[in-house]
Design a protein around this ligand. Sequence first.
Ligand code: TYD
Length: 174
Amino acid sequence: MGRGLFITVEGTDGSGKTTQIVLMKNYLEQKGYDVVLTREPGGTHISEKIREIILDPSNSRMSAITEMILYAAARAQLVYEVIKPALKSGKIVICDRFIDSSYAYQGFGRGIDLEIVGNVNKAALDGEIPDITFFFDISPEIALSRRKASTGTDRIEREEMEFHMRVYNGYKQL
Ligand code: TYD
């Protein structure tokens, strides 16, 4: 059996990508494909635990480097446990956020050198590079006003608007 297809979906917080991802999954399943849907940070028991640490608003003293490494650690486990085996068995994997989130948020947003972000994540990816990446081009002003109306705010969402604008412009460069 050939390698499956690896699709990732990116965008600023509250861009509405999660809703569209579910529609994409349903559509592909109707066409007869075997689809695995997952998200970052999370998607495995260990990665969800790391997610709790990263997004906990009480961890306001977390350094940018710690944050980058934690995202990469959650990613490494997801690749190892879910993404690599699914692609190997010919499935379509749709991942809500992946490596480009680290370039956009930790690179452009926090100001970590993109080369460092790339090098740390190289180990996490273990060669699994997305075949297709969709970017939801919604400005943070619109996205976050929508988001606040629907749910509470985690540590990243609490960042100032300039941070979210750097992330958004970073995505556009990527
Ligand atoms: P989540 O609630 O899943 O956000 P969304 O619904 O917008 O996808 O929270 C994930 C947060 O983590 C989001 O603010 C983006 C951020 N993030 C990074 O900063 N770096 C990363 O590598 C990843 C995967 C996410």
